[in-house]
Design a protein around this ligand. Structure first.
Ligand code: DDH
Length: 288
């Protein structure tokens, strides 16, 4: 990996793309876990107190990284270490969010607008407490409570959850098991087609976790949904968006692009030129 001049984000993008192919890992791609890293780095945001969010890359520290919801994301961070080593000028907070955006597009998804400028300063007073991320075992009320806290509406919640077209659950990480779709390294609207189009049955895993399953007729592969995924289908206000995205891939892609960018911008303040203005408000913070 060649070193780059500060600000050469295209060089970083190229190196992220080159590391996505990981024959020994999961379904052969680092993409899904990188998307999850980007989401979890940002999804701690609380609009009311203006705490959490991707600024600060707090997951490097035990207080946030040790949240059980973040189990397994060390794989994503380790994948990105050679990139940080080659392009040492980029902040972790920018690298993690950029990697998610690059992965979505490289796996066939939409281009997502991405702006740099996040800081790695950790403001202790803004560190999110554990428990800010959603719990897959719960229902629609919980999903709304989590995403309304970040400032999203019902349509945006459904669009964001379409990311479960990617990757899989690991019993040693979340306790859930399996992939949502047949081709979990290809971004599409298949998740919504399955959610709305087939019959899901409930089962309890040996570890006591409850999830939903469907045996795909062609591949005979068992696919899964979390209780929170099913909640999008069972809930009268979420369901119309599931139906819309199942029918209309282009609208899903356009909406996902917008809302993934919004997620990654939570808590980032910018001036008219796009420069981040809240990188130095380090109250009792420390520099990494
Ligand atoms: Fe998710 N997610 N997610 N998710 N998520 C898991 C995996 C992945 C929930 C729970 C889980 C989003 C929303 C929710 C991705 C992206 C996104 C796993 C499995 C659980 C559990 C973890 C493991 O065992 O390895 C819940 C609950 C919600 C919710 O909305 C209520 C959102 C919004 C995104 C996003 O990116 C915008 C991705 C990608 C994965 C696959 C990771 C992998 O390693 O593969």
């Amino acid at each position: 990996m060649a070193k780059s001049t500060p600000g050469d984000y295209d060089a970083v993008r190229e190196d992220i793309k080159a590391l996505l192919h990981q024959p020994e890992y999961d379904d052969g791609s680092a993409g899904p876990v990188l998307v999850r890293l980007a989401w979890h780095s940002a999804g701690t945001y609380d609009a009311e107190t203006d705490t959490g969010g991707s600024n600060g890359a707090g997951m490097r520290y035990e207080a946030e990284g040790g949240d059980p919801a973040n189990a397994g994301l060390q794989h994503a961070r380790v994948f990105l270490e050679p990139i940080k080593a080659a392009h040492s000028w980029i902040t972790y907070a920018d690298l993690w969010t950029l990697a998610g955006v690059v992965a979505v597009e490289a796996m066939g998804g939409p281009a997502v607008p991405w702006q740099p400028g996040r800081t790695d300063y950790v403001d202790d007073s803004k560190l999110p407490p554990p428990g800010r991320l959603p719990d897959g075992a719960l229902g629609a009320d919980h999903v709304r409570a989590i995403f309304y806290r970040m400032g999203f509406n019902d349509q945006e919640i459904v669009a964001l959850c379409g990311a479960h077209n990617l990757g899989r659950c690991h019993s040693d990480r979340s306790g859930f098991e399996g992939a949502w779709v047949n081709n979990p390294t290809r971004f599409s609207n298949q998740y919504f087609k399955l959610l709305s189009g087939v019959e899901w049955k409930e089962k309890t895993l040996e570890n006591g976790m409850r999830q939903f399953y469907y045996i795909d007729e062609d591949s005979e592969e068992e696919l899964m949904m979390l209780p929170t995924d099913m909640a999008l289908w069972f809930d009268d206000k979420f369901r119309p968006y599931v139906e819309k995205y199942a029918k209309d891939k282009d609208t899903f892609f356009a909406d996902f692009s917008k809302v993934f960018n919004k997620l990654l911008e939570l808590g980032i303040e910018r001036d008219a030129s796009g420069r981040v203005t809240n990188t130095d408000n380090v109250k009792g913070g420390y520099h990494s």
